[in-house]
Design a protein around this ligand. Structure first.
Ligand SMILES: C[S@@+](CC[C@H](N)C(=O)[O-])C[C@H]1O[C@@H](n2cnc3c(N)ncnc32)[C@H](O)[C@@H]1O
Length: 249
């Protein structure tokens, strides 16, 4: 009950045409300026490093990487340390200010910094063998168009890492602070499947996080080509309407 009161619900009500302005204003402003510090205080950034260095999400053999919603480069910085020098990187974000902050922080010549919306990725099909998307998809009113876009640009054999805010009390606090929504774990995984992706692994930052079921929803996804083709053939173009992915209210 308290969680529902605390949670920010604005994003669910925003039409798709308006959520971009909402996100841009939020991250271009003071929220974006304190994001790096907040990631350190919450241990969020070191925990991502632990996950990637420890190969729970293994990027070591990847050659073409897309970091969606790079923010201040919290995921990107770790990817750059773990991947071959000749790999290609794209850091992608709706907010150009955030991309500037990321560029200043990572101090690395390799990434291309590209601004845009994850629901319309400006890349050809199957362009990347690794996609990371940390704490971004909770900014969409509905995750399925974004998940489908990531599936489209993922090469066969590639993997996607998604980290997102769960509908716990801590998640509701996060949603209030960062003006985003939360997801119910089971419903989010169902949305991934509906978007043509397959759950390869459910990840946790540590055993403690797993035991207390905290730290958010972390999933490794691959393409589910058979399901995607079947659904495309049987689904009408206007059937994108999706169930509310929050816990039933
Ligand atoms: C909380 S920050 C996450 C930063 C970093 N990925 C991390 O793990 O800490 C969310 C970022 O996602 C970006 N973002 C939100 N919605 C987006 C969208 N639809 N397309 C691209 N970027 C988006 C915001 O501008 C912001 O920089």
């Amino acid at each position: 009950m308290l969680r529902r009161v605390v949670e920010f619900n604005g994003i669910r009500r925003l039409p798709f045409e308006q959520y971009r302005d909402h996100v841009q204003q939020h991250y271009d402003g003071p929220a974006g300026a304190v994001l790096t510090m907040a990631s350190m205080i919450s241990l969020h950034e070191p925990l991502i490093g632990h996950l990637i260095r420890g190969k729970k999400f293994d990027v070591s053999q990847r050659k073409s990487l897309l970091d969606v919603g790079s923010g201040a480069g919290q995921v990107l910085g770790h990817l750059l340390k773990e991947v071959d020098i000749d790999a290609n990187f794209v850091a992608f974000d709706l907010s150009q200010k955030m991309l500037r902050r990321a560029r200043l922080r990572v101090k690395d010549e390799r990434p291309n910094f590209i601004s845009g919306d994850l629901m319309q990725l400006p890349f050809a099909d199957e362009s990347f063998d690794c996609i990371t998307c940390g704490w971004v998809i909770e900014h969409l009113p509905d995750p399925i168009p974004g998940l489908k876009e990531m599936g489209r640009v993922l090469a066969p054999g590639g993997s996607i890492l998604i980290m997102t805010t769960e509908d716990t009390f801590a998640g509701a606090m996060t949603s209030r602070t960062w003006k985003c929504r939360t997801y119910n774990r089971k419903r989010f995984q169902e949305a991934c499947v509906k978007a043509g992706l397959q759950l390869k692994a459910e990840l946790w930052f540590s055993k403690i996080h797993r035991f207390f079921r905290m730290g958010g929803i972390l999933v490794e996804l691959t393409r589910d080509d058979i399901r995607a083709i079947t659904e495309d053939e049987t689904t009408s173009p206007n059937s994108d309407s999706t169930p509310d992915l929050a816990t039933s209210r």
